[in-house]
Design a protein around this ligand. Structure first.
Ligand SMILES: *Cc1c(COP(=O)(O)O)cnc(C)c1O
Length: 229
C-alpha cells in the first residue's frame, strides 16, 4: 500500500479513538488533508481511495494543482487555510469550497462582493480565523476585536448582497505554546457566537483538539510526510 494511504488510515483510526473518548454530543469530524507543497502524485492515492477534504494555504499554488484534480475527482472539497488577499477573493471562490481565514472587514467586503458576482459562489462555507495567541505577525482577528468583527459580518446593511454565512471559527495556536488553552478559548468564543464548527488541530495536536470539540482538523505531515519545500 502507498505510504500516504497507510498514514491516512492511521490518522483515521486515531480520530476514531479520540472521538470515542469524547463525552456528550458527537458531531462528525472532517479530516482536511493539508496538501501544500505536495505534488499531485502524493494526492492521487487519497483521491482514488475516496477521500474528500483537502487543504491548501496559497491560492496561486492551488490554482496550479487543483482545477484538473477537481475535474477528475468531483468528490474533492478544497479548503483555503492560508491568509487571503482581498484582491484574490474572486479567484479563491472560483476554486475553494471553504475559506477558513476570514479575519477583517475589508476581506469580508471583498468576499461578499465576489459572491455577488461570482460563478459557483453558492454552497461555500466560511470560518473566521482567530489569532488566539495575539501574535502580531499572524493572521486572524485578535480576541479583543472578535465580537466587533462578528457584528460587522452580521450587521444588516442596505445591500442586495447576502451576508457572509459563517459556520465556525479557526485557530493556529502559537508554536511552542501548549495548545489546550487556545482550543478552549476558541470553543468558548464559538459557543458565545452560536457557531457550530471548530477548525483546530494539526499533525501534532489533533487528538487533543478533538477532545476540545474540533469538528475540522487540518493534518499535513502526519499524512504526507515532510513537506517538499
Ligand atoms: C500547514 C498547515 C497545517 C498542517 O500542518 P501539519 O503540522 O503538517 O499537520 C494546518 N493548518 C494550517 C493553517 C497550515 O498552514
Amino acid at each position: 500500500m502507498h505510504t500516504v494511504l497507510k498514514r491516512w488510515k492511521n490518522v483515521c483510526e486515531a480520530i476514531a479513538n479520540a472521538q470515542a473518548q469524547r463525552h456528550g454530543k458527537q458531531s462528525p469530524i472532517i479530516l482536511i488533508a493539508v496538501a501544500k507543497t505536495q505534488p499531485p502524485e502524493a494526492i492521487l492515492p487519497l483521491l482514488e481511495a475516496g477521500h474528500c477534504d483537502f487543504g491548501e494555504n496559497r491560492v496561486q499554488e492551488a490554482m496550479r494543482k487543483w482545477p484538473g484534480l477537481k475535474a477528475a475527482y468531483p468528490q474533492a472539497r478544497l479548503h483555503l487555510i492560508g491568509s487571503l488577499q482581498a484582491n484574490k477573493a474572486q479567484e479563491a471562490l472560483s476554486l475553494f469550497d471553504v475559506i477558513h481565514t476570514v479575519d477583517r472587514p475589508s476581506l469580508v467586503d471583498a468576499l461578499i462582493k465576489a459572491r455577488g458576482e461570482g460563478r459557483g459562489a453558492r454552497g461555500k462555507e466560511f470560518f473566521v480565523q482567530v489569532n488566539t495567541g495575539d501574535e502580531p505577525q499572524k493572521g486572524g482577528v485578535i480576541p479583543n476585536e472578535f465580537f466587533r468583527l462578528m457584528d460587522y459580518i452580521l450587521a444588516f446593511r442596505p445591500s442586495p448582497l447576502a451576508p457572509l454565512p459563517i459556520s465556525g471559527l479557526m485557530c493556529i495556536p502559537p508554536a511552542g505554546d501548549p495548545p489546550a488553552p487556545h482550543f478552549a478559548l476558541l470553543r468558548t468564543m464559538a459557543e458565545k457566537s452560536r457557531l457550530a464548527h471548530l477548525s483546530m488541530g494539526m499533525s501534532g495536536d489533533y487528538e487533543m483538539a478533538i477532545r476540545f470539540g474540533a469538528t475540522h482538523i487540518r493534518v499535513g505531515t502526519a499524512i504526507f510526510g515532510e513537506r517538499q519545500e
